[in-house]
Each structure stands twice: as C-alpha cells, then as structure tokens.
Design a protein around this ligand. Structure first.
Ligand SMILES: NC(=O)C1=CN([C@@H]2O[C@H](COP(=O)(O)OP(=O)(O)OC[C@H]3O[C@@H](n4cnc5c(N)ncnc54)[C@H](OP(=O)(O)O)[C@@H]3O)[C@@H](O)[C@H]2O)C=CC1
Ligand SMILES: O=C(O)C1=N[C@H](C(=O)O)C[C@H](O)C1
Length: 256
C-alpha cells in the first residue's frame, strides 16, 4: 500500500533495494531518498534477509548476474514490481521471466541494460545506422571491478545492430582475417564483434564503430559517474507501476 505524504506528491512509492551496499546500490539508495515521491523501505545486500522487501511497492536490483534470477523469483512470488539493472540477461532468462510473469499479469518488470540517457540514445543511433552499414564493431570500456564481459549494454547493442541489419537485408560485414590469436577479434555477439577493455579509472563507456568504403562513423557514450544512471532508475521506478508485463530497455519508457 502506498501512503499519502506530507510533501505534496500524490503518493510515496516504497522502494526496496537489492545490492544496496554495492557501487550502484549505494547511489540508488541516495537517489531514491532524495526524491520526494519515493522512499527506501528496505536496503538488502548479500547475506541479508529479503523479508524486509515485502513491504515495498517496487524492488530495484543491482546485484550480480548469478543472483538476479533468484531475486526476481522472490519479487514475483511476493507481488513486487521490479526495476533491474543487473547484467546477464540471455534470451533464455528473458523467456523464463516471461513465464513467471504470466502467473502475475498485473506485475511490471523493467530490465534496462543501461539507465544512462546517453547510452540509450547511443544504442538507438546505432540501430538506425546499422541499416546502412555492413560492418560494425562494438568496443566497451569499464572499470576493472566489473565481473562480466562483454557488458550487458554491448550485448544489447550488438543484438539491436544485428536485428536492424537483418530487417534491412544486410549480412554481417566481412574481413580478411584468417590467422588470429584467440580473442584478438573480440567476441562474436549475434554476428557483431564486441571488444571489452577493463581499466581502473574508467566507469562505463561504449563506442560503436561503423565502416564503409572511404568512411567510418563512430558513436561514443561515456558515463563519467554513476549519478548518470540515476534519472533513468527513478523514471523506471515510477513507470513500472503502470507497465504490466516485461519491458526490456529504457528506450520503451522514454518512447524513443
Ligand atoms: N543497467 C545499468 O545502467 C547498470 C548496470 N550495472 C550492473 O549492475 C550490477 C551491479 O553492479 P555494481 O553495483 O557495480 O556491482 P557491485 O559488486 O558493486 O554491487 C553488487 C552488490 O550486490 C550484492 N549482492 C550479490 N548478490 C546478492 C544477493 N543475492 N542479494 C543482495 N545483494 C547481493 C553484492 O554483495 P557482495 O559483494 O558481497 O557479493 C554487492 O554489494 C552489475 O551486473 C552491473 O553490470 C551497473 C551499472 C549500471
Ligand atoms: O558494471 C557496470 O559498471 C555497468 N554495467 C552495465 C553493463 O554491463 O552494460 C551498464 C553500464 O555499462 C555499467
């Protein structure tokens, strides 16, 4: 149940944060509590009891690819809407989650590979450009504490490029490489080469490169600070309450 606050907002959304002591979770707790329309009612991390989350309207998950599906099962079982930033969403996981949500059609789950506005725009621009270029490669650059590679954003970008190419009747670009050291050409994600860089000092960055005879196009986004993700997370929390079912990608919420 939501309550009528004294601060003029219509309702205060009660938010539970999973991964609350992590890099993103810490920022989410601050951002939610700084928003007059929502409040953190449970901040849960590894080893904590999840029972406190059941008083929330929405849970926000920034945990670990190995933990997120179990957290989502918990959310669905306890009638909690969910906003998910954690990476690792394969087609198989999406299918499983879709099955769970069929049991609770009133619930909304938003999974966003990236909550930063510029990253969402960069993916959209890449999707548009992909119709016109056979050759595209993605370079993602992150801090060296990131556990997964390639990033969820890069995997999503590759998928969007691949789909746009297919719709335009284009195949993947060709190159002459026949002799390569393992990994030198990156990972093949849906026919798109994705290269992962990990360095201390970086936060989250992505370049999408397109090539055609005589020209290249580079689309680049840089998250220089984790505050870049917070407007998207707060928008997600607000919108998931009125978006039943599964939404993958903040672009749908932004109506891009
Ligand atoms: N969509 C987006 O815009 C963004 C997505 N991300 C993604 O979010 C995820 C988290 O990133 P980041 O914050 O940097 O990672 P951190 O490792 O800093 O934080 C994750 C936190 O979750 C905790 N945790 C692990 N398992 C559980 C569990 N079962 N229940 C509750 N808490 C748990 C971890 O505890 P412990 O360390 O003890 O395991 C840790 O405190 C990653 O998948 C990352 O790719 C990150 C930035 C933006
Ligand atoms: O781990 C991170 O930091 C990030 N993870 C997400 C991803 O895997 O794409 C989003 C952003 O790139 C930051």
């Amino acid at each position: 149940m939501t309550q009528v606050p004294e601060n003029g907002a219509d309702t205060v959304i009660k938010v539970g944060v999973l991964g609350a002591r992590g890099r993103m979770g810490t920022e989410v707790v601050k951002a939610v509590n700084a928003d007059p329309g929502m409040t953190v009612v449970a901040a849960v991390d590894s080893g904590d009891d999840r029972a406190a989350l059941t008083s929330a309207d929405v849970v926000v998950d920034f945990t670990h690819p190995d933990a997120v599906m179990d957290n989502l099962r918990f959310a669905v079982d306890h009638d909690l809407h969910a906003v998910v930033g954690t990476s690792g969403f394969t087609d198989e996981r999406i299918e499983t989650l879709t099955g769970w949500l069929a049991e609770k059609p009133e619930l909304g789950v938003l999974i966003a590979p990236n909550f930063a506005l510029g990253a969402v725009l960069a993916m959209r621009f890449a999707q548009q450009a992909a119709r016109f270029y056979d050759s595209a490669e993605v370079v993602e650059l992150h801090h060296n504490r990131k556990v997964d590679a390639p990033s969820g954003t890069a995997a999503h970008t590759a998928r969007l490029i691949s789909e746009a190419r297919a719709e335009a009747g284009r195949g993947p670009g060709e190159d002459a490489t026949t002799a390569e050291l393992d990994g030198a050409r990156g990972a093949d994600v849906d026919g798109v080469r994705v290269h992962s860089v990990r360095l201390p000092g970086l936060v989250a960055h992505e370049e999408i490169l397109f090539g055609a005879p005589g020209e290249t196009l580079t689309i680049r986004h840089d998250s220089l600070d984790r505050t870049s993700f917070m407007p998207g997370v707060l928008l997600g929390v607000r919108s998931v309450l009125t978006r039943p079912g599964l939404t993958v990608g903040l672009e749908h919420v932004l109506d891009l």
